[in-house]
Design a protein around this ligand. Structure first.
Ligand SMILES: *Cc1c(COP(=O)(O)O)cnc(C)c1O
Length: 387
């Protein structure tokens, strides 16, 4: 069976993981920071904070952006549920934006129209299938409405904006989030990262991923310890030094840490990212060629494709014309050993979101897209003969 998406691992990756297992430091060792450095160098961001998943990364980004109860946040109707769930986690409300039928990313004119409430706090654009949104336009809208931007770049490691710079450099956003689930660009098993150029965000993300605990941030008053029967104002200090045993919890954080085992795998995978991207580009070119003359298939995301990380290959199939349902076509393909998937069932259509009052009727393009499109996704087992 050719799966709709699959990670590529080689002996070098396996050796990298084994060497961490032998090192004695499974978590909170040196590999996490090394992985973060490789991400910030690759994307061109000042900082990177690695966490346990892309979803955890989105959650922490929403907290750091100070999004909370009573706030609303804009995101696309066609995405994985995590892009919207993170808004609910912090007590805010998502406002879904319909998609542009050409790019399958959120429709920027619709986005502009929906920036109409004082509760609006942020935009979470998703670079769907690795095709970057027009961030220059989105930033303009955000700036004139005083909104923050958190890019969900879970599909877009290695993709480039129209200006040619890499997604994740945070030139157009406050923070950018990537996922390292095995179907994504590179994998750490499970994992995610937040990139940012803002040092305060960076510090706060580090603290939040580990329970909100810090070990000596003197900008914030620490605990008034009873020490030798005296409450001292700077009780974190002893003889001008941070006490060996001192730590304090300054806000409610989480255990969203990534392990050294996962980070070692991700560091090893990062060395192959450009090969992965090249191979995806090759496959896309051969798919384009194979499908272009078939009259019941139309191709999507054709503009700026060379800037895309090509996470998915999306085709638009006219099921009416071939007189067979999507389910049956997918079954026939599966019988031939070809895995396909639908990305995505629109978030407002999910029962949980319907129960919150959302309805797919409000997003006609997304709804139409669900009816006609389906995805044939690149096979990465084929990658091995290339590397
Ligand atoms: C995969 C994905 C996520 C979540 O990432 P995890 O690492 O699986 O938690 C979020 N948003 C989008 C668009 C994704 O595809």
């Amino acid at each position: 069976m050719i799966p709709y998406g699959k990670h590529y691992l080689d002996e070098v990756d396996i050796e990298a993981v084994v060497s961490v297992l032998r090192s004695g430091s499974l978590t909170q060792g040196v590999k996490v920071a090394e992985f973060e450095k490789s991400i910030s160098e690759y994307t061109g961001s000042k900082y990177a904070v690695a966490v346990s998943s892309g979803t955890a990364a989105l959650h922490l980004a929403c907290i750091v952006a100070n999004i909370g109860k009573g706030d609303t946040v804009l995101t696309t109707a066609n995405t994985f549920v995590a892009s919207a769930n993170c808004i609910l986690y912090v007590g805010a409300k998502p406002v879904f934006v319909d998609i542009d039928p050409k790019t399958l990313n959120l429709d920027i004119d619709e986005l502009q129209k929906k920036c109409n409430a004082s509760t609006m706090k942020a935009i979470i654009p998703v670079h769907f299938s690795g095709l970057p949104c027009d961030m220059r336009r989105i930033k303009k809208i955000a700036d004139s409405n005083n909104l923050q931007i958190i890019e969900d770049a879970s599909h877009a490691l290695g993709a480039k904006y129209k200006d040619g710079s890499k997604v994740g450099n945070c030139r157009y956003s406050d923070m950018t989030v990537f996922s390292f689930h095995p179907v994504k660009g590179i994998t750490s098993g499970e994992g995610g990262v937040i990139t940012t150029n803002n040092n305060e965000h960076h510090q706060r993300l580090l603290q939040l991923r580990s329970h909100g605990i810090c070990k000596g941030n003197f900008d914030i008053p620490g605990i008034g310890f009873l020490d030798n029967n005296l409450v001292k104002p700077h009780s974190a200090m002893d003889d001008g030094e941070l006490k060996m045993w001192y730590y304090e919890m300054q806000e409610l954080g989480y255990n969203y840490r990534i392990t050294d085992i996962q980070s070692a795998l991700a560091i090893s995978q990062m060395k192959k990212i450009d090969n992965f991207l090249d191979r995806r580009r090759e496959l896309v070119a051969s798919y384009d060629k194979a499908f272009q003359s078939i009259d019941f298939i139309s191709l999507t995301q054709l503009s700026w494709r060379e800037q895309s990380s090509n996470h998915l290959y999306v085709v638009n199939i006219d099921f009416g014309k071939i007189g067979i349902s999507r389910h049956h076509l997918m079954k026939k393909l599966a019988d031939k050993g070809i895995g396909t998937q639908v990305h995505y069932i629109p978030v407002p259509m999910q029962p949980y979101y319907e129960q919150l009052g959302f309805s797919c009727e409000d997003y006609p393009i997304t709804k139409n897209y669900l009816r006609f499109l389906f995805l044939c996704i690149l096979n990465f087992q084929m990658m091995s003969n290339k590397m």
